[in-house]
Design a protein around this ligand. Sequence first.
Ligand SMILES: Nc1nc2c(c(=O)[nH]1)N[C@H]1C(S)=C(S)[C@@H](COP(=O)(O)OP(=O)(O)OC[C@H]3O[C@@H](n4cnc5c(=O)[nH]c(N)nc54)[C@H](O)[C@@H]3O)O[C@H]1N2
Ligand SMILES: Nc1nc2c(c(=O)[nH]1)N[C@H]1C(S)=C(S)[C@@H](COP(=O)(O)OP(=O)(O)OC[C@H]3O[C@@H](n4cnc5c(=O)[nH]c(N)nc54)[C@H](O)[C@@H]3O)O[C@H]1N2
Ligand code: SF4
Ligand SMILES: [Mo]
Length: 883
Amino acid sequence: MDVPPPARSLTRTTCPYCGVGCGVLAAPDGTVAGDPDHPANRGRLCSKGMALGETIALPGRLLHPEVRGKRASWGAALDAVAEGFRRALAERGPGGVALYVSGQLLTEDYYAANKFAKGFLGTANIDSNSRLCMSSAVAAHQRAFGEDVVPGVYEDLESADLLVLVGSNLAWCHPVLFQRVAAAKATRPSMRVVVVDPRRTATCEGADLHLPLRPGSDVALFGALLAHLHAEGQADSAWVSEHTRGLEAALDAARAVAPRAAELTGLDPADLATFFRWFAATQRTVTLWSQGVNQSETGTDKANAILNCHLLTGRIGKPGAGPFSVTGQPNAMGGREVGALATMLAGHLDWERPGEAELVRGHWRAPNIAVAPGLKAVDLFRAVSAGRIGALWVMATNPAVSMPDGSSVRDALRRAPFLAVSDCVAETDTAEFAHVRLPAVGWAEKDGTVTNSERVISRQRAFLPPAGEARPDWWIVSQVAARLGWGDAFAWSGPADIFREHAALTGLGNDGRRAFDISGLAAMTNAEYAAMPPTRWPCPAKGPARERFFSAGGFTAGRARFVPTPRRGESAADGGDGTLTLLTGRYRDQWHTMTRTGGVPRLMAHAPEPLLAVHPEDARGIPDGALARVSSTQGAAVLRLRHDAGQRRGTAFAPMHWTARNAPAARVNNAVPPKADPVSGQPALKSARVALSAYEPAWHGFLLARADLGPGLAPYCTTGLAAPGVWRHELAGAEEPQRAFARLIDLASPPGDAWARLEDAAGGLHRGVLLEGGRLIAALFLGPHHRLPPRGWLAALIAPGADGATPNVAAMLAGRAMDGPPPSPTLCVCNGVSEACVRGAIEAGARSVAAVGERTRAGTGCGSCRPEIAALLACAAREAVPA
Ligand SMILES: Nc1nc2c(c(=O)[nH]1)N[C@H]1C(S)=C(S)[C@@H](COP(=O)(O)OP(=O)(O)OC[C@H]3O[C@@H](n4cnc5c(=O)[nH]c(N)nc54)[C@H](O)[C@@H]3O)O[C@H]1N2
Ligand SMILES: Nc1nc2c(c(=O)[nH]1)N[C@H]1C(S)=C(S)[C@@H](COP(=O)(O)OP(=O)(O)OC[C@H]3O[C@@H](n4cnc5c(=O)[nH]c(N)nc54)[C@H](O)[C@@H]3O)O[C@H]1N2
Ligand code: SF4
Ligand SMILES: [Mo]
């Protein structure tokens, strides 16, 4: 294996978080900056990207292989994985083994895993967390175009006159793209932005229209739009007749829903009319969509309903016009390219097209190529649960948290006869069940490529040596393959070898028939690969390269297809039956299951605890800040309730991020049933029907300490960093408060440590602070009410290294800061500016985001918080206008 020499100067690499794919300049000391030359971000980074340096040296890395909980050599661990698979193959055949992989693998890792499974294990039971993420978009592209292709590029979002964002919280989930859009709109105010989302998100700030539709009603909305566009004579008839088929059937289905559009979507008919008018009148229209579309029982139809509108108007693959599915993970696109989903082959080749499986078999010299699709994620874990999978290998994903029906998935993992987990972090909810743990290199150590949402392939380059004994994922796969007797086919000396093999595959039998063709990169030398600049596909060995697809037809299927999207069983939202629709999703500063972002104190400051947002009138009398339970037929979760007038009536929103490590009661996927879209198999992660009730513990409390005391302190327990070196546990429990207080004091300190206490047993009030050498080192507050003294100033006192005078114990126990402003959540994590401080600046006369920035520095760093500052300004402006 070639190991690149450690970097001495700045390394050009790519952010490992979202699918925007920002270029990063990284220094060996871990300092990062946006790469001014990268086409995706031109120097920008969001809050998560800016904090990458702080994730590099996080504790908790998996540093060496482990077999059954014990440290093992690489040889022993690889032998154990090979043996696990050998045995399962012998007992059950190729259908009895499986891999579950991830859009966070590099293309080279992904290619290796797919080749191993489909070519050599002989099974297509390799699915990816992209099933939970992109599979509805993939299926819709395939149905419409005959191939999974995103036709446009990011510049189209900037040059559009109308940008429609559907089920996308771009401001938080693709922040740099959102900033590009905001900048374009600022220089060209005639550009319009419409947001289609049941809740009012940060993305709505500055939008011209927000359509808070009923969850799941996107098919009706875009069906009605199709009928409207046709009726208004907006069809590009010549283009449609030359390049498409199936319009009449799609129109029939659309006309059936159109008259009921307002009723079905629950939207104001005037807003609907405005949207339809704008869409009809604007040639340069981009419709961008994300998980509010894909993660639905009608996800594929939703996406096709959007594609239909673009096909009818011929607005596709043109500057400023086209449908645009944005990818979530850094390499969601790369995974689709290598075909590492159970329903794909490799290199956009397909079992269904005659001869293509044979091409792949030949290229791989595969003895035993899979002949048909394998199990999709939900079915895969069901099969594990039913004992039909003898060996499972999970790479770079945390299904115990991220899959719906969380408790069944954990049961399945527990029951698997053999489970290998490759991760860079030691203790994940999934790794808990592993027989073998394999340490993978982390972001700063990885070397390979990723493809972003606009088909740009970028290099991730290592700038640090591997931590401990960690190894690249492709290498781990190749070593297991070698032990199973397939070493020749996996004898790569580095990622460049794999990339060339992958690139060559995309040219086989292609001749312009498939859009995905990077055969022009197959002859790259190692040096060229090392220096490869961001490169958009296609890059065919023969024939023209191009920016966009399909403006002049040329669909992989010959003609594009209008897919009829009749209304089928969308959930009856709006709480008519007393239940709410649980929309789950993301927070601005957290990445999925928090294995990296959760370790950075300033990224925890924006949302220290998971919140359940509901409209105040749906709160069932439960006060803001109290604990609430949501329960479905599947299971339940407990979160802190947040009244939010921006939440559509009949819906609730909860983040997907918290885990058994940091908030066991708040794992929302315990309440999400494993229902899936019938076409794509993508789970409906945004439409659980839940009942809301008060969660009434005997006591509420918090504990601040210089150690993580674990997630088991109380039935409700969240854990997070409140300041560097200070852990904050939010607690609630059923036992008698005095007992709980004594128990927690014992847990939090060595016996004999003297806590200063203030207790009122009759009132259920118990407070204690622990000092060491005049410095505060822990605080425990319990009370009968969820309203407890603020934590921020206590956390600041506990922080190791924080200087300051000996604190006033009486004031601390009284829960009073001696001086200083009341604490409030941190809005701007770059400059540590609180929401209260921003409000203060607005009260003092700041009237724009820039003016707030001048006074407070908020919003002058990465800019991720600007939408929230704008929201506070808008709110203040509304309050200032007399009713
Ligand atoms: N900060 C942060 N950024 C991320 C990630 C992260 O973990 N954290 N993850 C990345 C990944 S992998 C992904 S896939 C993307 C996801 O990016 P997004 O899809 O933008 O994020 P979500 O919050 O999952 O959901 C988007 C919105 O869908 C809305 N929605 C729910 N149901 C419906 C519906 O029926 N119709 C419509 N129109 N809208 C609906 C929700 O209210 C929510 O605001 O983010 C990527 N970026
Ligand atoms: N309720 C609900 N559930 C959801 C969603 C939702 O919106 N709502 N969204 C879904 C979507 S879109 C997604 S993409 C998934 C994401 O869900 P997951 O993929 O389960 O979440 P991550 O925390 O990103 O898990 C990645 C794991 O890989 C590890 N890792 C990082 N880099 C590497 C590497 O290079 N090699 C290896 N071997 N390991 C690595 C990390 O430490 C981490 O443990 O969640 C899905 N689940
Ligand atoms: S927008 Fe943020 S998370 Fe996404 S790639 Fe860029 S810096 Fe990374
Ligand atoms: Mo995703």
